[in-house]
Design a protein around this ligand. Structure first.
Ligand code: SAM
Length: 226
């Protein structure tokens, strides 16, 4: 199922709100992630798990949606080599600026755009990844973004998503809810505690092929095919 691009209407709440928020944190983002990942073996190990999950191959074209400061995009670019290409997209100009300052990689490009209206042609990418971006969008924003990803991904191309998950254990669930409410916005709470990411991914035309939860079930990785 390929939906018509003109159906995508950018959700102003998502795009307006988060750009401002992310602009403010871009300068500290990498340091914050490094500290957050310390208890789980460090950022490199944490990110490698996700990069490995998409098995990037030489020559592939990969899109990193909600790329932030570009750390993942650069890790994937090292795998696809000079014949391949990685494009990182984010709606925060400051995040994109920080990403662009991370050295000169001829096979990585960073583009300022919203995931809800991706500036690429149909069937452009072999793989798409989206790491901790969807919880920052409203339901309408996510629907637009997932549909756009489906359109720019090649037929049978792979989408891998890393984001929050609703843990089964009631105690972990309570702690997670308290932490999310304290540090994240309501979009994160709405997706993780009230939403159904699986259904949203399926409704955008993808077929889910793999699902793993980790770190006490509070995070999940979903693989799907276009
Ligand atoms: C938590 S950060 C994750 C960054 C990166 N993927 C990572 O793993 O470190 C979320 C990013 O999503 C971006 N974002 C949120 N909504 C977006 C949208 N509608 N379109 C593009 N980027 C968006 C934010 O600007 C922010 O940089």
């Amino acid at each position: 199922m390929r939906t018509l691009r003109k159906e995508a209407t950018v959700d102003k709440k998502t795009s307006g709100y988060y750009r401002e928020e992310c602009n403010n944190i871009a300068g500290f983002y990498d340091m914050g992630i490094k500290l957050l990942c310390l208890p789980v073996g460090g950022e490199k190990k944490f990110r490698k798990r996700f990069v490995d999950s998409i098995s990037p191959r030489k020559g592939e074209r990969v899109l990193d949606v909600c790329c932030g400061t570009g750390t993942l995009s650069i890790m994937v670019a090292e795998k696809v080599g000079l014949q391949g290409m990685v494009v990182g997209v984010d709606l925060s100009p400051t995040m994109i600026e920080v990403a662009k300052q991370k050295g000169n990689h001829s096979n990585v490009e960073f583009v300022l755009a919203t995931a809800e209206l991706l500036p690429f042609k149909e069937n452009t990418f072999n793989k798409i990844l989206c790491s901790f971006g969807l919880h920052e969008m409203t339901k309408a924003g996510r629907r637009n973004a997932l549909r756009e990803m489906h359109i720019v991904l090649k037929k049978n191309g792979r989408l891998n998503i890393n984001d929050g998950n609703l843990p089964k254990n009631p105690f972990v669930r309570f702690i997670y809810k308290t932490a999310l409410t304290a540090v994240e916005e309501e979009t994160a709470y709405n997706l993780i505690f009230k939403g159904n990411l699986w259904r949203e991914i399926r409704e955008s035309g993808f077929k889910i092929t793999e699902h793993k939860t980790y770190f006490l079930d509070v995070l999940q990785m979903i693989s799907a095919r276009a």
